[in-house]
Design a binder for this molecule. Structure first.
Ligand SMILES: [Zn+2]
Length: 231
């Protein structure tokens, strides 16, 4: 008899495939009765946060926010250092607590929100510190990373297939992004010159991405890998 999942040859006495763990079944070989076809254990349904828990988590972000503002106003009569704390708290709230207010948070909406808030936070730090790195460095870096991540999230969420192509493409895109990042560092920061270090991650990421896409195209190679790595 053979495993129905991975095709490995099994002894008649085998109850499970030793390689992939799939239950072995042969209609002519009798098994003891009584083994249920469905799990008898009751699994607790995914815990839903209650309304009051939501309020509690919100308060856990709002209270420190107010305390920080009050302290800053007390000593400096203005928002100075507290601006950074407020920004970080808002970023944390939007990325952690905000999606849980919704029954089925759609990552295709919330992930772009996270990147937008991160950009606003970086813009604030740039203005507050009088930096000149936002437009030529932070904006393109966060923008490109955000675009790649959002594309992957949207494709995985809506297509639910072809993951090897999606992740392979994203890996290659991140490799190209390394080159862009080195270039942006050169034009933004003084004393940084183009040395080509980004070529190393670019080449290795391109190879990994290419391999993922190759596995997506070539079915025998994919099945061979699945058997080797038990996935
Ligand atoms: Zn098997």
């Amino acid at each position: 008899m053979y495993c129905v999942k991975c095709g490995v040859k099994l002894a008649d006495s085998e109850v499970r495939c030793p390689l992939c763990g799939t239950r072995a079944f042969h209609p002519d070989i009798l098994r003891e009765e009584g083994e249920k076809l469905y799990p008898t254990k009751k699994y607790p349904s995914a815990r839903k946060r209650t309304y009051w828990q939501q309020v509690f988590f919100t308060a856990a972000f709002v209270l420190p926010l107010l305390i920080v503002i009050l302290c800053d106003m007390q000593f400096n009569m203005a928002i100075t250092w507290s601006g950074y704390v407020i920004g970080a708290l808002i970023l944390g709230y939007v990325s952690i607590v905000l999606p849980s207010w919704f029954k089925k948070p759609n990552p295709v909406i919330f992930v772009p929100c996270d990147f937008a808030v991160l950009l606003l936070y970086l813009l604030y730090i740039n203005i507050a510190t009088g930096g000149k790195w936002f437009l030529s460095f932070a904006l393109p870096v966060v923008g490109v990373v955000g675009a790649i991540v959002i594309t992957v999230v949207a494709l995985v969420y809506y297509l639910r297939r072809g993951k090897l192509f999606i992740f392979g493409g994203a890996t290659i895109a991140f490799g190209a992004f390394m080159l862009l990042m080195e270039f942006l560092m050169c034009i933004t920061f003084e004393g940084v010159y183009f040395k080509g270090w980004s070529l190393y991650p670019l080449i290795s990421l391109a190879v990994i991405g290419g391999l993922l896409i190759f596995l997506g195209i070539c079915r025998p190679a994919r099945e061979n890998m699945e058997r080797k790595f038990f996935i």
